[in-house]
Design a protein around this ligand. Structure first.
Ligand code: GDP
Ligand code: MG
Length: 445
């Protein structure tokens, strides 16, 4: 996600980083580059202008020109502004206590991802111990009710529907009555969408809203539509009153125009992003992390969090220490393969690593190959895994036999491991450097 935009920003940063001092002209040039990058990302023009002017003003100040590392200082300014554009801080979903119903209304254009997001949200809230009911109020498309029922069954969440009913308001009210009666504490209402903003639809949505009195009215917008998402949000907000936005299909958005325009244009926060078609593919929206990602700092925080949920914390700390002190061993490599299997696809992990994001394509990752590697690693003794340097020709032949592979494959793995080891060493150094940089960047905020 956001590959294109972050590529541009790393180019800009690179062009500045070599310079010991930055002249006013350099700043102007860099800001001009930023302007082009944002326009190319399809960020709203007024938003771009405001961003550029404010950045220029701040960056031209004496502070920057005399700073020890002007490039860092400049990055800090851009980073802060970018976080501001994205909405400053993470905005949580409002929910009442479990003894009353919290209603979440999802609205948006057709195909924007409402039904998928409704189910994802239900899945997320269920995993937090909420008792969730989904209401199928898209009665326009024939298959819409069925789609929600299938997803509901898949995640184990009840779906309220009325066969043959054409009145969305009635279904919504009855769903709420059921939720109250049967003590569900969250009701998520999926609604119909049109291809464009349409008065008839808005009127229906307004009636549904009045019937269920939602605590959250979220627009589901396709992030691939760029700044149009912000305009759509504006129309829906004027008519229905939004409390926030879910940006769907963020995984396929290389440009970021929607994310960077929505908050500034509408004043409504982005609360979640959709990151895959799967039920797990819904994440809270963290402006700071997205800004780091755009600015090419990688999303170290997300990665660590994700890793922590799988790795034992102690294990992780140990691995980090080892990686920076003595480097990776084959033993760690085996453990990593196992943990990665638990964490999901390699691609999603690689996308979060600084320096690798967007540079590795799906077909460069070979999950079947990972299984063969695991077999090879398991045919080694622990001592061999702890010190790969002792694995000479005889051992290689034995390992190949034991794992049902070939000596060539064993050689390839060892070679690749050596490369990874070097890369990991670089990255842990890099990460420390980035933390220093971020530490300085966030000082005095
Ligand atoms: P609706 O018409 O607004 O209800 O849209 P749907 O929920 O039916 O979604 C339309 C299509 O977009 C479906 O094929 C979904 O699988 C897909 N989709 C929805 N959200 C995401 C997302 O976050 N990432 C990706 N990759 N696909 C998504
Ligand atoms: Mg739908």
């Amino acid at each position: 996600m956001l590959e294109k935009l972050s590529e541009k920003f790393s180019d800009i940063a690179r062009s500045l980083s070599g310079k010991a001092t930055i002249s006013e002209k350099n700043v102007e040039e860099a800001v001009e580059q930023i302007k082009l990058a944002l326009l190319d990302a399809d960020v709203n023009l007024r938003v771009v202008r405001r961003f550029v002017n404010a950045t220029l003003e701040e960056a031209k100040g004496e502070k920057v020109l005399k700073a020890v590392s002007p490039a860092q200082m400049f990055t800090k300014i851009v980073y802060d502004r970018m976080v501001g554009l994205l909405g400053d801080t993470k905005q949580d979903l409002q929910l009442r206590g479990p003894d009353t119903q919290s209603v979440i209304l999802l609205v948006g254009l057709q195909g924007s991802g409402k039904t998928t997001s409704a189910a994802k949200l239900a899945h997320m809230l269920k995993s937090k111990g909420r008792k969730v009911l989904l209401a199928a109020c898209d009665l326009q498309r024939p298959a819409a009710v069925e789609q929600l029922s299938v997803l509901g069954a898949q995640i184990g969440v009840d779906v309220y529907k009325e066969e043959g009913c054409k009145d969305a308001v009635r279904v919504a009210s009855n769903a709420l009555a059921k939720a109250k009666h049967e003590l569900y504490d969250v009701l998520i209402v999926d609604t119909a969408g049109r291809l464009q903003v349409d008065e008839e639809l808005m009127a229906e949505l307004a009636r549904v809203r009045d019937a269920v009195k939602p605590l959250e009215s979220l627009l589901v917008a396709d992030s691939m539509t760029g700044q149009a998402a912000a305009d759509i949000a504006k129309s829906f907000d004027e008519r229905i009153g939004l409390t926030g936005v879910i940006l769907s299909k963020f995984d396929s958005d290389a440009r970021g125009g929607a994310a960077l325009s929505v908050k500034s244009v509408t004043g409504k926060p982005i609360k979640f992003i959709g990151t895959s078609e799967k039920m797990e593919g819904l994440e809270s929206f963290f402006p700071e992390r997205i800004a780091s990602r755009i600015l090419g700092m990688g999303d170290v925080v997300s990665l660590v969090e994700k890793a922590q949920s799988v790795f034992d914390q102690k294990e992780t700390a140990e691995l980090e220490r080892k990686m920076s002190e003595e480097g990776l061993t084959l033993e760690d490599y085996l453990q990593q393969i196992q943990s990665m299997k638990k964490m999901g696809s390699m691609k999603s992990i690689i996308d979060m690593l600084p320096g690798l994001a967007g540079k590795v394509s799906e077909d460069q990752i070979d999950e079947a190959g990972m299984k063969r590697e695991e077999a090879i690693l398991r045919s080694m003794t622990k001592r061999e895994r702890q010190n790969h340097l002792i694995i000479g020709p005889t051992r290689r032949t034995r390992i190949a036999k034991g794992s049902g592979t070939s000596v060539a494959e064993v050689n390839r793995l060892l070679k690749k491991f050596d490369k990874t080891r070097t890369l990991m060493k670089k990255m842990t150094k890099n990460k420390k450097y980035q933390q220093q940089l971020m530490g300085q960047a966030t000082k005095g905020r």
